[in-house]
Design a binder for this molecule. Structure first.
Ligand code: PDD
Length: 279
């Protein structure tokens, strides 16, 4: 696969990075994941807006213009044969000549990296029965709205899910559901779609925004509000969403089935609408 590193397109295997890179030493960087369908990036401008937001959040000036980002993404897609894929990219605060927590001088350039990967395929079991989640205490920092490459709590939560036979971990904090380890959470309670409001506690999901828009267009009611854990037992449906997985129905959390324990009609309707708008 063709990747991109500091302005150059080259084979992924040939890219070499300094061990002094601050992404490696301090997780001092941010990232994005953009889905591509039939050669077209979906919601590219929203992802580039969020990149700006994340970079602002870590006080790192965007090293490239909007147009340069667009062109890089386009070339990367074509260089990998078009079609369906995800584009991952990250920006770190670069490699200084020594390890020092404080920001490096202005002479140190930000490191820019991007690659294309296949769109993950949903396992047949999840397609048929929906996904299972487990609950994990949210021990992350207080700026989860920044799409930081520091993902250790997310990594540990996902592994815990895997070891418990679950497909995703749902973070909870102070008695409220927050989001998945790499997904946004939605519930349907009494016919109303619920998702936590944007705050420093969650990543402002791009798929989340699209789903809310599609739900409103379909005349469904959506409330962005805090979700106490007790809502799980009242929910008729739940799903998780992300750029790489679209909407995946959640049919069990721990030992508890959600609703009838099957993928539900609201999920189906909105997932169909999402496919339609993104292709
Ligand atoms: N994850 N919440 C978290 C913690 C995430 O990492 C993600 C995305 C989302 C969904 O956001 P979006 O709809 O913009 O993809 C919510 C990406 C896909 C990842 O880390 O691979």
């Amino acid at each position: 696969p063709i990747a991109w590193f500091n302005g150059r397109f080259q084979p992924l295997e040939e890219i070499r990075l300094s061990p002094l890179d601050r992404g490696f030493l301090f997780a001092d960087g941010v990232y994005e994941v953009i889905p591509v369908y039939q050669g077209h990036p979906f919601q590219l401008e929203a992802h580039l807006d969020r990149l700006d937001y994340s970079l602002d959040g870590i006080r790192l000036p965007n090293p490239m213009s909007r147009q340069d980002w667009r062109e890089m993404v386009e070339t990367l897609i074509q260089g990998n044969g078009g079609g369906d894929m995800t584009i991952y990219f990250q920006v770190t605060r670069g490699a200084d000549h020594q390890r020092d927590h404080g920001f490096p001088g202005d002479d140190v350039e930000a490191t820019r990296f991007a690659m294309a990967s296949p769109l993950p395929v949903l396992p047949e079991r999840i397609r048929r029965e929906g996904a299972r989640a487990c609950l994990v205490a949210d021990t992350r920092w207080a700026r989860c709205d920044i799409k930081s490459i520091a993902l250790l709590p997310n990594v540990l939560a996902k592994q815990q899910a895997r070891e418990q036979g679950a497909d995703e971990a749902l973070f909870h904090r102070d008695g409220e559901l927050v989001e998945g380890s790499s997904t946004t959470l939605f519930l349907v309670v009494d016919g109303v779609i619920l998702t936590p409001p944007k705050s420093h506690a969650i990543l402002p999901g791009i798929t989340r925004d699209v789903i809310i828009e599609l739900a409103k267009e379909a005349g469904l009611s959506v409330r962005q509000e805090a979700i106490p854990l007790s809502r799980l037992s009242q929910a008729s449906e739940a799903w998780i969403s992300s750029s790489s997985r679209e909407m995946v129905p959640l049919t069990r959390v721990g030992e508890q089935p959600i609703g009838q324990g099957d993928p539900g009609p609201v999920w189906k309707r909105l997932q169909d609408a999402l496919v339609k708008t993104s292709r």
